[in-house]
Ligand binder design. Structure first.
Ligand code: NAD
Length: 286
């Protein structure tokens, strides 16, 4: 059996078209376009690539992107001051601080400082709390985007056994919350989990988010399962691979996301969706 591919590029493009059309409606009514502040501190090469993708997408969809490229030695107090200014700026609907930050800056302090209604990454404890209560708010982009991918299969998530491999604050834990809210039965695994392959084999849905290249093998996967690969790993030969051994897994799974072209494009599109949501619902730009 060969799995159906969940085409993240096509699903993201459809979402982007809807967002662009809603922004056109706003501006044709004489309203301002949504605004997103994108902040990067230091010279992390991967972060620069991600940030450039986000800025380019803003441009394509009609979101005003205010860009801040700040030096590695920026004082924490200066970053807090910038966020305080952006929190007050009524033309800014979303504030994104690209992680990781340099070691001398406390990321938790920074993320908590962003106003919850401008926290388009959904990492502020207030928004994480609302997600855990299943109440509408700004939700972390990668897990929310994955939910959109899962829904695109048309499979009813209710009562499904979902196994999330990885328990980080930005992917694994909010992913588990999304699936709980979708009324799946959820198991969260991490590096301390015993007999992970046996647990994964029980899953109707496997979400792999570990950062370990191709660790999820074909014989970990139940026939027909949905496999979502969040990982982005660069092999020594330059090839980009996920956390799932794609060639093996696609022979067993019912549905699978490729890397690249699966979760990545949805994360960026969902950031745009969150920015529009902040502008229109939270900031009443309608
Ligand atoms: P992280 O390092 O913060 O967390 C990794 C988690 O995986 C931890 O909970 C750890 O316990 C678990 N883990 C590590 N090794 C394991 C093993 N051998 N068995 C079981 N569990 C193991 O990473 P993260 O920020 O959650 O990111 C995970 C991956 O997803 C990375 O490859 C990252 O680049 C990628 N990512 C992709 C997107 C996207 O948009 N596609 C977004 C965010 C992260």
């Amino acid at each position: 059996m060969s799995a159906k591919i969940i085409d993240g590029v096509a699903i993201a493009q459809k979402l982007q078209q809807e967002i662009a059309s809603q922004i056109k409606d706003l501006t044709s009514k004489g309203l301002r376009a949504p605004g997103l502040a994108v902040i990067i501190v230091g010279e992390n090469a991967a972060s620069k690539i991600y940030v450039n993708k986000k800025r380019k997408m803003c441009l394509e969809l009609g979101i005003i992107s205010k860009d801040y490229n700040l030096p590695d030695n920026l004082a924490e107090s200066e970053l807090l001051k910038l966020i305080a200014d952006l929190n007050k700026d009524y033309t800014i609907d979303g504030i994104l601080v690209q992680l990781p930050l340099p070691k001398h800056i406390d990321s938790n302090k920074i993320l908590e400082y962003i106003l919850p209604d401008k926290d388009v990454d959904g990492f502020n404890p207030y928004n994480i709390g609302k997600l855990s209560l299943g109440r509408s708010a700004l939700r972390p982009c990668t897990p929310k985007g994955i939910l959109t991918l899962l829904q695109s299969t048309g499979v009813d998530l209710k009562g499904m056994n979902a196994v999330v491999i990885g328990a980080s604050n930005i992917v694994g834990k909010p992913m588990a919350m999304e699936l709980i809210n979708a009324r799946s039965t959820v198991t969260v695994c991490r590096s301390t989990t015993r007999d992970l392959p046996a647990i994964a084999r029980q899953a109707d849905i496997v979400i792999a988010a570990t950062g370990v290249a191709e660790m999820v093998k074909g014989d970990w996967i139940k026939q027909g399962a949905i496999v979502i690969d969040v990982g982005i790993n660069r092999l020594p030969n330059g090839e980009l691979v996920g956390d799932v051994d794609f060639e093996q897994a696609k022979e067993v799974a019912g549905w699978i996301t490729p890397v690249p072209g699966g979760v990545g494009p949805m994360t960026v599109a969902t950031l745009m969706e969150n920015t529009l949501y902040a502008a229109t619902v939270l900031h009443s730009l309608v």
